[in-house]
Design a protein around this ligand. Structure first.
Ligand code: 2DT
Ligand code: MG
Length: 221
């Protein structure tokens, strides 16, 4: 029976080492002769992605609901190519996915207050229902102290301590829901050194790099 590629999502807060770990994982897969490619969301290269990019850099303002739907649309415009890649036997490593979509939107606060959500959790989840579901999500869990020690955050819209703290709380709920719906969510301590995290990530994905037998599941279905 021919196997399809595995869909591996890497999630986490800013400064958790996601992009570095994703790149290392890609290299290790390729070194192991396992066909793989790396994608990331938001994909800032498409027309929708350019709107998102401009919003994140605070070069434009968008309604919170509108931008949430753009993030989701950015995944939908690539959904078919994700499926085709997986069916062709290639593994996909994906730097952020729909889980970031929920965590960043559902943690927004009402301007001038400390209370959230501004956007309801299930409203945030709805537009992503039916996307290709990851076979495994690796959550790189970094504490605020270590993120700070790594040089702190950048200049983009969400790169602030208060935002990151609230996002982390919503990610905990997302994790429970993924596990509750039969998905695999692997929490990795990302306070450890880059090499240590690499080792844990590699041990975690080893079992699925030979390919997956079943169909591609649908997210939140
Ligand atoms: P990067 O730093 O990884 O480029 O992300 N985000 C991301 C959302 O708000 N919703 C989404 O659906 C996704 C995928 C997280 C840029 C920022 O975009 C946020 C950080
Ligand atoms: Mg970032």
């Amino acid at each position: 029976m021919t196997k399809r590629g595995a869909f591996i999502v890497i999630e986490g807060l800013d400064r958790s080492g996601k992009s570095t770990q994703a790149a290392t994982l890609l290299k290790r897969l390729q070194d192991a002769q396992s066909p793989a490619k790396l994608i990331n969301f938001p994909d800032r290269t498409t027309a929708i992605g350019k709107m998102i990019d401009s919003y994140l850099r605070s070069e434009s303002e968008l309604d919170d609901r509108a931008v949430h739907l753009l993030f989701s649309a950015n995944r939908w415009e690539l959904a078919k190519s994700i499926e085709e890649t997986l069916q062709s036997g290639e593994t996909i490593i994906c730097d952020r996915y729909a889980f970031s979509g929920i965590a960043f939107s559902a943690s927004k606060i009402r301007p001038g207050t400390n209370s959230y959500p501004l956007l309801d959790y299930s409203w945030c989840r709805a537009p992503d229902v039916g996307l290709p579901a990851p076979d495994m999500t690796i959550f790189l869990d970094v504490t605020q102290e270590v993120a700070r020690a790594r040089g702190g955050y950048g200049e983009e819209r969400y790169e602030k301590e208060g935002v990151q703290r609230r996002v982390r709380d919503v990610f905990e709920r997302v994790a429970e829901e993924v596990e509750g719906s039969g998905g695999r969510w692997v929490l990795v301590n990302a306070d450890e050194s880059e090499e240590e995290v690499q080792k844990v990530v590699w041990d975690t994905v080893k079992e699925i790099i030979g390919g997956i037998e079943g169909p591609i599941e649908k997210l939140w279905d």
